[in-house]
Design a protein around this ligand. Structure first.
Ligand SMILES: [Fe+2]
Length: 187
C-alpha cells in the first residue's frame, strides 16, 4: 500500500536524475493515475488547506486542497514546481512582470490526473471554480517555506513580500464560506 514515505522517497530519487523537474513530473504522473491510493496515503480532504508531507532545503512536498470558490492572489515560487491534481480542477492564470507591473500571460485549467510543470520564474494565481475540493500534490525544488518571494494584491497587483499568514487567512475565509453554504444546503 502506498505511504507518504514512498511518495517522498520516489521524489527524492527523481532529484538525482539528469533533469529533476521532469523526473518528478514522471513520478507524479504515475501517482495521480491512482487517486484512491493517494487519498489513503495522505488522508481524505475535509477542509481546504496546505499539508506539508516533506520539507527540506532541496525538496518540499505539499498536499494542497483548494476550497470550492477559493482564489489565491498572484505569487511566485522562485524554484521549479510540479502540480499534480488528483481531485477536482485548479484554474491557473499566469502573469509576466513588466515595468508597469503585472501583465496577464494566459491560463491553464488542470484537471484530475493531470500534471503541470512550472518554471522558476512563473507568476500565477490559482482558483477553484468548481463545487468540489481541488486536490493536488505540489512538489517544489527547494524549501517552500523560507526565502524571499513576492506576491501581488488581487486587484491592483501591487507587489509585496510573500505572506503565508495571508494565504492561511484566505483558506480560513474560504472554508468558512464553504461550511456556511454546505450547512444551508442541508437545511
Ligand atoms: Fe503557486
Amino acid at each position: 500500500m502506498l505511504a507518504v514515505e514512498d511518495i517522498v522517497e520516489r521524489c527524492r530519487g527523481a532529484l538525482g536524475e539528469h533533469t529533476p523537474v521532469l523526473a518528478v513530473r514522471d513520478v507524479l504522473t504515475e501517482l495521480v493515475a491512482d487517486p484512491a491510493s493517494l487519498d489513503r496515503a495522505v488522508g481524505a480532504v475535509e477542509l481546504g488547506g496546505i499539508t506539508a508531507l516533506h520539507n527540506d532545503a532541496d525538496l518540499t512536498i505539499l498536499r494542497v486542497a483548494w476550497t470550492p470558490g477559493m482564489v489565491l492572489n498572484p505569487h511566485e515560487h522562485r524554484m521549479w514546481a510540479v502540480i499534480a491534481m488528483y481531485g477536482g480542477q485548479e484554474d491557473n492564470a499566469f502573469f509576466r512582470r513588466t515595468p508597469g507591473g503585472l501583465e496577464p500571460a494566459g491560463g491553464r485549467e488542470v484537471g484530475a490526473r493531470e500534471v503541470l510543470v512550472l518554471g522558476d520564474d512563473v507568476i500565477h494565481s490559482v482558483a477553484n471554480s468548481r463545487p468540489e475540493f481541488a486536490v493536488a500534490l505540489h512538489v517544489y525544488g527547494g524549501d517552500f517555506f523560507t526565502g524571499a518571494r513576492s506576491e501581488w494584491t488581487f486587484d491592483t497587483h501591487d507587489e509585496r513580500p510573500r505572506d503565508l499568514a495571508n494565504t492561511q487567512r484566505l483558506f480560513e475565509a474560504a472554508n468558512a464560506r464553504w461550511r456556511a453554504t454546505a450547512s444551508s444546503a442541508r437545511r
